[in-house]
Design a protein around this ligand. Structure first.
Ligand SMILES: [Zn+2]
Length: 526
């Protein structure tokens, strides 16, 4: 109890006891004399205490953002200052802080109650403390609340879904742009668990998508749209004993760990090749970039079959580049899927149009380690043949410029944005890594294709400013795997065996690159 509370609880009793009256009167007089200072000190204490708690709660070093309960409890603490000491000089500050916390609660958890609380506290600040300097800032905050409320109307994006194999089972990670509410339930026949994510919308490449796996207890991940912006994510299970769900933050992720049951077949060991350590068991604090830094995690590769949909690319001998490179990409995907330590994603799995910038955006969203765009070449010179591999840089020769112009043709960019593009290229720090990967791709293609294409020309590793490669955060290359405009190579490209060889060459290049990457990362471990 505080001093003033003691005095207040004494006073009614004092009034009814004559003998003590004089003495108590002095005390009361003293209390009355000192009341403003005592109250001020106590109001300050309450306010300072709440402020200290807020600093702790909002500290950037805190592993998780404050929970809704924590935020609301602190709002009440600030309100207590106002309730007990409405006339203290701390009340307007307390209202301001409380409204800010309610705003944060609304921002993170989207509950209208917190938005209303924030507005109510601001109203009170304006009407009860009109001379406070904080009143000048009320309008700005009201506007901010309105903006947030408007943003809440838009669904939260599901930006990525990952499946990782752990020692004890399989982890599925759903990444979202913000925290969302969800419910989950396990159902039988067939065994599955679903998650209904409220107020969400899957990113374009995840929309109604199904991902199948043959090597462990989570067999399929399926996404479906339900009314009112509910996305249902279903995991088809096979011999799963139990599962657990938890959240990770920055970015927000929903993590589901499915534990292998006793009847589950022993999965292939997680160690891919000799000497590499197995992935660590469930670690709530771990994220992909960390495991990647430590050389332990899954390598994620985004394969980009060029063109598609209304953009068929080059044509020759009854084939379109879009169809051809999709076939090769699917073959490459199948080869990479056999690698337990590799996670592969295609920018398109059917004949559809995807803007060039969206292709690397997909890779960036999934934090891919590698981006490989597959194309087939064409030239007005029908004799031109062979393979060439590009990495992002300013074009160094007229042919490369012409190729870049052709491959960039479906970009909606205008010259006005050239300056912006140039800047991005200049800042590209993945140049060396991209060049290295490009060398590996070119070498592997030459080695695999030459036996069946003796006239193959090694056109080498080149640089060109492809829009498709510009915004990639990871080493990225573009391979031109043969010329559709050359009759000999077009005939080869029609053969399954030749396309399989191209896929095999790309596969081997990826493996080689992964090995060098892992060596570097393991070496840089503290
Ligand atoms: Zn192309």
């Amino acid at each position: 109890m505080t001093i003033s509370a003691h005095l207040r609880s004494l006073s009614p009793a004092a009034a009814s006891h004559g003998a003590l009256a004089a003495c108590v009167a002095i005390v009361l007089t003293l209390a009355a004399l000192f009341a403003p200072t005592v109250e001020a000190a106590t109001a300050r204490e309450l306010y300072a205490d709440a402020l200290a708690r807020e600093r702790t709660l909002r500290a950037p070093t805190r592993p998780q953002p404050p929970s809704l309960d924590e935020l609301r409890a602190l709002v009440r603490r600030y309100q207590e200052v106002v309730r007990q000491y409405p006339r203290s000089g701390y009340s307007d500050n307390a209202l301001w802080q409380a409204s800010g916390l309610a705003l944060a609660a609304f921002q993170h958890y989207g509950n209208t109650r917190d938005r209303r609380d924030s507005e109510r506290l601001l109203d009170m600040l304006r009407s009860e403390y009109p001379s406070s300097s904080l009143v000048a800032r009320v309008d700005e905050r009201v506007e901010r609340l309105a903006t947030l409320a408007h943003a809440r109307l838009r669904p939260t994006a599901i930006s990525a879904i990952e499946r990782t194999r752990l020692d004890a089972g399989v982890r599925v990670t759903i990444q979202l742009d913000a925290e969302v509410s969800y419910r989950h339930e396990r159902l039988e026949n067939p065994d599955r668990v679903f998650f209904d994510l409220q107020g969400t919308e899957a990113a374009p490449e995840l929309l109604d998508a199904t991902f199948s796996f043959s090597d462990d207890v989570v067999r399929k991940i399926r996404l479906g749209r339900h009314p009112n912006h509910i996305t249902r994510v279903v995991l088809d299970l096979d011999n799963v004993e139990d599962y657990s769900v938890f959240s990770l933050y920055n970015p927000y992720r929903l993590v589901i760990d499915a534990v292998r049951g006793p009847d589950a077949p022993t999965p292939e060991p997680l160690t891919a090749r000799g000497g590499e350590p197995a992935a660590p068991a469930a670690n709530a604090a771990g994220n992909f970039s960390l495991s990647r830094q430590l050389g332990l995690g899954v390598s994620r590769i985004v394969i980009d079959p060029g063109h598609g949909g209304r953009d068929p690319g080059a044509r020759g001998s009854g084939m379109s580049e879009a169809t051809l490179v999709l076939d090769i990409a699917l073959r490459l995907k199948a080869l990479l899927a056999s690698q337990p330590s590799t996670n592969v994603l295609l920018t398109r799995e059917n004949d559809r149009f995807i803007p060039l910038e969206e292709r690397t955006a997909i890779a960036n969203r999934h934090r891919a380690d590698l981006f490989l765009s597959i194309h087939a070449n064409a030239s007005t010179n029908r004799m031109a043949r062979g393979i060439e591999t590009y990495f992002l840089n300013f074009a160094t020769n007229p042919d490369a410029e012409a190729l870049a112009a052709r491959e960039n043709a479906s970009s909606g960019r205008t010259m006005a944005r050239l300056q912006d593009l140039v800047q991005t290229i200049a800042l590209n720090n993945k140049l060396d890594e991209s060049r290295e990967f490009a060398e590996m791709v070119q070498g592997a293609l030459d080695q695999k294709l030459r036996p069946v294409n003796p006239q193959l020309r090694d056109l080498g590793v080149k640089q060109a400013p492809f829009v498709v490669l510009i915004r990639a955060d990871m080493p990225s290359v573009l391979a031109e795997v043969s010329f559709l405009s050359n009759r000999g190579e077009a005939l080869l490209l029609k053969q399954d065996d030749y396309r399989q060889r191209i896929a095999q060459a790309l596969f081997e290049a990826v493996l080689r690159y992964q090995r060098t990457l892992k060596n570097i990362q393991v070496a840089s471990q503290p």
